[in-house]
Design a protein around this ligand. Structure first.
Ligand SMILES: [Zn+2]
Length: 299
């Protein structure tokens, strides 16, 4: 009976394996959303963080470790954004397939040209990232580059569905490029607009739309400003005024609100990632809302 049982086991197991979804562990919501765009029903996406959490500081909870254990592909920002929590998750998961250097480990920041590479690396200067600024998702052209590489990686890990990933990438590219053209046309009045930022979270957005960052509220990246430091920023803005003060949805609103009240400018909470506002339900909504909020401040 043994050969028969073996045969029926293979027969029963093979179709299940062939149709199993690719398990994706996304460190941040933008990469979870992108994996869903590129994989559709062929992928099961678990997103480790929400737009209301600070991605620099996440607790390596047992539930995250359990999700990482069953992942076929980890999609994270890299560039040291997750340096405080991802290495612990990777190690604790015991999952050899998704360790750095393996095909199952994918870093978005490696696919784009990073801004703000420090001349001198001094961790006393706060959350300074040696590789450059990790917040690459605020420029939709970066999302397009990451999409290209991520679709290729998904096809490599799941060759049976390579054609599906290729087709979905082509469809996404068509819609995404049309959206970028529309956002750029709408955002033309923003070119040269001076802004203050709470955290150095927007260099890619500034670079894309031609916004001019004239002040930063955090004295060091990741360090909350005191009222005295905010007063200094407000005093400096008298000479170089900003049209708005910008923060990410997850950030403490108080420093921005203080400056807004004292400098007489609007405080804007940009979604920063998918889920960061009611409109930012997907990657398209993320930039629809970002551009519209900035345009309202410019009027
Ligand atoms: Zn940061």
């Amino acid at each position: 009976m043994k050969p028969f049982r073996l045969f029926s086991f293979l027969f029963a197991a093979w179709p299940v394996f062939a149709h199993a979804a690719l398990n994706v562990f996304a460190c941040e919501p933008e990469w979870g959303a992108l994996a869903t765009e590129l994989g559709g029903d062929a992928v099961k996406v678990y997103t480790a963080t929400t737009a209301m959490q600070d991605p620099h500081h996440i607790e390596a909870r047992p539930s995250l470790i359990a999700q990482m254990r069953r992942a076929n592909l980890a999609v994270c920002t890299g560039a040291e954004l997750e340096i405080g929590w991802l290495p612990v998750l990777l190690q604790q998961s015991g999952n050899a397939a998704i360790q750095p250097g393996q095909p199952g480990y994918f870093e978005a920041a490696r696919q784009v040209a990073l801004l703000e590479k420090p001349m001198v690396l001094d961790r006393a200067q706060g959350d300074i990232h040696a590789a450059g600024n990790p917040h690459v998702q605020t420029d939709p052209r970066n999302i397009a580059r990451v999409a290209q590489a991520l679709a290729a990686r998904m096809a490599e890990l799941d060759p049976a569905r390579a054609a599906l990933y290729r087709a979905r990438l082509a469809g996404f590219n068509t819609r995404w490029n049309a959206a970028i053209a529309r956002w750029q046309a709408e955002a033309a009045p923003l070119r040269g607009m001076p802004i203050a930022v709470q955290h150095l979270g927007f260099p890619y957005l500034e670079n894309w739309l031609g916004l001019k960052q004239v002040a930063v509220l955090e004295p060091k990246p990741g360090v909350a400003p005191s009222v005295g430091q905010l007063a200094d920023v407000a005093a400096r803005l008298k000479a170089t005024p900003a049209r708005a003060v910008i923060r990410a949805a997850y950030q403490d609103p108080r420093p921005s609100e203080w400056l807004a009240a004292h400098a007489g400018i609007p405080a804007i909470a940009l979604p920063f990632t998918v889920g960061g506002s009611a409109r930012a339900g997907d990657l398209f909504g993320l930039f629809d809302d970002t551009v519209d909020q900035l345009l309202r401040a410019a009027r």
